[in-house]
Ligand binder design. Structure first.
Ligand code: SF4
Length: 249
């Protein structure tokens, strides 16, 4: 929707920055001619489930079909297309398997991201967010039978271990910070405890030790990738065995 999004993308690519442009894909057909494929550029299309589940999740019929159509056109034009799927407690291991297998096998998505939904304080429907135990059980079942290895998931092995309860981490919210017109958001994009002008100010003026599960009640059920994928990456880099595992995919 940003009127200069194509220019923002072009300028970042010119500086050799990797751009993952997140979209629900509804405006892709209108703006597709403004973009060119690049090794530094990937579309990330939000898909929460197969047709019925996705349309229900975004509260609008027809969105799933439009997103699939856009993905096919982007792939036809040679773009890298990734997806992001949010998992709610209305999901079952089978609905997760169905959507990820469809994206992986039928649409040929390059890489897929998954995240348990975060229970926003202001979200009207607080009943549909997963608790930590539910999240672990759901992913453990969904990943079984070789699915985890077969799907092209864009996550470190340790983050996937974390999702299915094989390991646990503290939150590293500064690792995937959020910047918008308002500034750098404290402490992460899921909570807004204020905004500052620079990343240095964000790092230096946020009390990072006061966030995460067991420290802030708002973090109690959070297993979102913005907080815990950086923790998994730091743990990977601190271990030769985990580094070799991550390279092996
Ligand atoms: S646990 Fe971390 S990522 Fe999750 S809401 Fe709290 S600060 Fe944000």
């Amino acid at each position: 929707m940003h009127p200069q999004i194509d220019e923002i993308v072009r300028q970042l690519i010119a500086r050799k920055k990797f751009v993952f442009l997140c979209t629900n894909a509804l405006l892709v057909s209108k703006h597709i001619d403004k973009f060119k494929p690049s090794p530094y550029f990937a579309w990330v299309v939000h898909i929460d489930g197969l047709r019925e589940r996705h349309d229900e999740s975004v509260c609008k019929d027809g969105v799933f079909d439009e997103a699939v159509e856009a993905i096919r056109e982007l792939k036809r034009r040679g773009f890298t297309v990734n997806t992001n799927t949010t998992v709610f407690n209305t999901d079952t291991p089978q609905t997760v398997i169905d959507v990820l297998s469809y994206l992986n096998d039928d649409l040929g998505i390059d890489q897929m991201q998954i995240s348990p939904a975060y229970a926003y304080e202001k979200a009207p429907d607080q009943d549909h967010f997963l608790g930590v135990t539910e999240t672990r059980e759901l992913f453990k079942k969904a990943f079984a039978g070789g699915n985890r290895k077969r799907w092209r998931l864009n996550h470190s092995p340790l983050f996937l271990d974390f999702l299915e309860g094989k390991t646990d981490f503290g939150c590293t919210a500064w690792g995937i910070p959020s910047y918008s017109l308002l500034g750098w958001q404290k402490p992460c994009y899921l909570m807004s405890d204020g905004y500052v002008k620079t990343y240095r100010e964000l790092i230096e003026t946020t009390d990072w030790d006061s966030y995460g599960r067991g420290k802030d009640p708002r973090c109690a059920n959070c297993m979102a990738h913005c907080g815990y994928e950086p923790s998994a990456v730091l743990a990977t880099m601190g271990s030769l065995r985990q580094s070799i595992r991550a390279i092996g995919g």
